[in-house]
Write a protein that binds this ligand. Structure first.
Ligand code: DSN
Length: 448
């Protein structure tokens, strides 16, 4: 290729998504509109900032890098090394960790790296039952974890619907697991990581704390941190932490000397290949945002909103698993209302309130039906919803679920959802142009 041909070539790079692929562009636009018009109550959902979005969609995707800063398998990694070191140092500072690995593609990948570090195929794991609030990657039998390891599960107490640490200890003594997993995707109460470590020590097990749901609360000091106790701490980064869809592993001072190098090797080359450099940048931005006082204010409001929503729903006759919430999420038992979780999810979707059906402890329904729904307040709080809006949402849920809604009720609820969404169009200002050139635009201009 001659130099003059090269000069002509980059023009093609300048065309944006709308010109190159109008179908994908249109789908993204429709999804953008859906996100604006719906009240998002899925507990694992959130809205990233424009800064995190720009880093995620940056030219860093173009760079191939394998290994770790200063130990790469490709050249040209000097900027990437600086970036990854920045992200690592921010993670260590934010969580008080001695070692951080920012490369896991997801929270599940982070868990698999821990398994590879301390387990051999067939070794025993004790994790939380999926139906009681655990996570797929903690050993469900149809997953890679379930197929490779001998997985056992603890459940919540039948009366309190909370973790019973004495019961877990008794089970651990019987099973003698090599690894105990503390952490959940549908547990509304504080988790006592210090007690979990005592249990692990009593039976000679390693402790993994998977804080995927609560990592934003932990970062803000609003949930006790597992870093001083667990041998390994893993998290996804897109939930309460409000970062990109990705993962992270943290080690405390007590475990870093033994496991830092081993966990790094387990992530790469153990379970992953090349670094998602764009995600590392987005996580670095996320961590910077999480260090700001406004992040703590946001997490406090998330908790306040969660308590208000939970209390108001209970006052309206809804039964909440464990009788309430200490964190950003709650589980509603719908059996007394005479509808299933699936019906409730579908009914609320008709009025643009997005929730997910969820198994409840000791649920008699199939996982595709469920007796309950899970609600969370992270996304609505990011959008600027406060106490008043939580009271409104409780009322709307009540109108839709306490009895079969009439067409008139549905129309009224839809209007109210529109009113609330228009009252807080914050995602417009996060994602749309405000007259300045975004970093994305600048990049495209550089390439053309
Ligand atoms: N772990 C799933 C959840 O809690 O919703 C998805 O991230």
């Amino acid at each position: 290729m001659t130099i003059s041909q090269e000069k002509r070539q980059p023009k093609n790079y300048g065309l944006g998504l709308e010109s190159i692929d109008p179908e994908v562009f249109a789908i993204i636009e429709r999804e953008n509109q859906r996100q604006k018009d719906n009240i998002e109550l899925i507990a694992s959902a959130n809205f990233i900032s424009r800064a995190v979005l720009e880093a995620t969609g940056s030219i860093l995707t173009n760079k191939v890098a394998e290994g770790y800063p200063g130990r790469r398998y490709f050249s040209g990694c000097e900027n990437i090394d600086e970036l990854e070191n920045l992200a690592i140092n921010r993670a260590k500072e934010l969580f008080g960790a001695a070692h951080a690995n920012l490369e896991p593609y997801t929270g599940s990948q982070a868990n698999h790296a821990v398994y590879l570090t301390v387990l051999k195929p067939g070794d025993r794991i004790l994790g939380m039952d999926l139906g009681h609030g655990g996570h797929l990657s903690h050993g469900a039998k149809f997953t890679m974890t379930g197929k490779h390891y001998d997985c056992h599960f603890y459940q919540v107490d039948a009366d309190t619907e909370c973790l019973d640490y004495d019961q877990i200890l008794a089970q651990a003594k019987e099973i003698r697991p090599k690894l105990i997993i503390a952490g959940a995707s549908a547990y509304p109460r504080i988790i006592d990581f210090s007690r979990f470590r005592e249990i692990a020590d009593e039976v000679g097990a390693y402790l993994l704390a998977d804080i995927a749901h609560i990592s934003g609360l932990v970062a803000a000091g609003l949930h006790p941190s597992p870093v001083p106790y667990a041998h390994f701490v893993t998290t996804s980064t897109q939930k309460t932490l409000r970062g990109p869809r990705s993962g992270m592993i943290l080690l405390g001072e007590h475990s870093a000397p033994e496991f830092a190098r081993k966990i790094d090797s387990a992530v790469f080359p153990g379970v992953q290949g090349a670094v998602h450099v764009h995600a590392i940048a987005a996580k670095a931005v996320m961590l910077k945002e999480a260090m700001s006082p406004s992040f703590v204010t946001y997490q406090r409001q998330t908790l306040k909103n969660s308590r208000i929503l939970a209390t108001d729903l209970m006052e309206r006759g809804f039964r909440l698993v464990s009788g309430g919430t200490d964190n950003h999420l709650m589980l509603i038992d719908l059996s007394e209302k005479g509808i299933t979780g699936k019906e409730a999810e579908d009914r609320l979707a008709r009025v643009r309130i997005t929730v997910n059906k969820n198994m409840l402890p000791y649920d008699s329904q199939k996982p595709t039906i469920c007796s309950g729904i899970r609600l969370g307040t992270s996304a609505t709080t990011t959008r600027g919803f406060g106490s008043e809006e939580m009271y409104c949402i409780a009322e709307l849920i009540d109108q839709m679920l306490s009895s079969e809604p009439t067409a008139k009720t549905i129309a009224k609820v839809q209007d109210e959802v529109s009113r609330l969404c228009h009252l807080h169009p914050r995602i417009d200002s996060i994602y749309e142009q405000d007259g300045r050139k975004s970093a994305l635009e600048s990049q495209y201009q550089l390439q053309s």
